[in-house]
Design a protein around this ligand. Structure first.
Ligand code: P6P
Length: 338
């Protein structure tokens, strides 16, 4: 069958009325920027891009050189096209306006330019996560509050995983689709259309070193997975933890499973580890469109009304039946406490 490029797919989506020309251009520009990020990350030690940048971000995290480089690549690529009203990034405290002199569009772009960058120096897959919202009508200088829309309002979401292959996974709310970069031609080629995640899981992803800090329902749920065949679940489970959300989520998108970053005593005050606007919401959109589920352990992630551009939430996502069970344990525990 003739390969379908990302451009052809975007034209199909426009003809189907799923996206407009401006959103199509936005995705093309982001995909092109991610190809440049793929080149930068693939240079490794030879590119002088490893190690710390010597700066910190709004999260209080030391920035890697590639965090800063990736952020700059995405900002520069999106400045001139006239498809954006503003950008927001994990690496920047406030939204970035479109520079004077360039036309503005109707979209807001949010991104984690290089998620999992603590893995860069050990050559483990990292990725870019992005989410697209509509800029509220009449707003010409979007401020943080204009980005604070629930995940259900996303017009598009995607990630690019920089692994052995460079793979883009994308949704506009009409299925989740995967594109693999043909490095010889320089095009993303459709490799999986309308992905479906199995309802049941045999793999779970969680940072087990936090176990002593988890709340009782998480202790109960993970304890049952660990008990395997001899326990109430009656089957064995396998565990994976890459500590790169994009890599863990891509494994789930590819073969099912679940990913948990629950509240624990260490991070309870900050509300969780992962950021809702440019990590949890876009991944939730992608997972749900592939037939999976994504909750905070108490409610659907995409129904949370964000209160801050860098707000954090607990993340339970992946195979629907498994996520629903873990969420039920948390709601039962709350009900019991109520
Ligand atoms: P921990 C990477 O820093 C990240 O934001 C996600 O990509 C990843 O899933 C998580 O944090 C890893 O957290 O506590 O295991 O280092």
């Amino acid at each position: 069958m003739k390969p379908v490029s990302l451009i052809q797919f975007l034209i199909e989506e426009r003809r189907a009325g799923h996206i407009n020309a401006e959103l199509s251009l936005l995705i093309e520009v982001v995909a092109r920027a991610c190809k440049r990020i793929a080149v930068a990350t693939s240079k490794g030690a030879l590119g002088g891009v490893l190690g710390e940048a010597g700066t910190g971000n709004i999260q209080g995290e030391a920035q890697k050189k590639l965090d800063v480089i990736s952020n700059e690549i995405l900002l520069e690529a999106n400045a001139w096209g006239g498809h954006l009203a503003a950008c927001a990034s994990e690496e920047m405290e406030d939204p970035q306006q479109i520079p004077d002199g360039y036309p503005k569009g109707q979209h807001l772009l949010l991104f984690d330019p290089l998620d999992g960058s603590s893995n860069i120096d050990v050559n483990i897959s990292v990725g870019t996560i992005f989410s697209v919202l509509r800029c509220p009508d009449g707003v010409t200088e979007p401020k943080a509050e204009h980005f604070l829309q629930p995940g259900t309002t996303q017009l598009a979401a995607g990630y690019v995983v920089y692994g052995p292959a460079t793979v883009l996974v994308l949704t506009f709310g009409h299925g989740t689709h995967e594109f693999t970069l043909d490095r010889e031609v320089g095009s993303f080629i459709l490799s999986r259309r309308n992905i479906r995640i199995p309802g049941q899981a045999t793999e779970f992803a969680i940072n087990m070193s936090n176990q002593r800090h988890w709340q009782p329902p998480m202790q109960r749920y993970i304890g049952e997975l660990l008990a395997g065949k001899t326990g109430p679940r009656g089957k064995d489970f396998n565990m994976r933890w890459v500590a790169s959300m994009v890599a863990d989520v891509h494994r789930i998108v590819t073969r099912g499973g679940v990913f948990y970053y629950p509240l624990d005593a260490k991070i309870e005050k900050q509300g969780g580890k992962l950021r809702i606007m440019y990590e949890a919401n876009p991944m939730a959109f992608i997972i749900e469109q592939a037939g999976g589920a994504a909750t905070t352990g108490r409610q659907r992630i995409m129904e949370v009304q964000p209160t801050g551009l860098h707000q954090r939430v607990p993340v339970f996502l992946g195979s629907k039946e498994e996520v629903e069970l873990a969420t039920r344990y948390h709601l039962e525990a709350e009900g019991a406490q109520a």
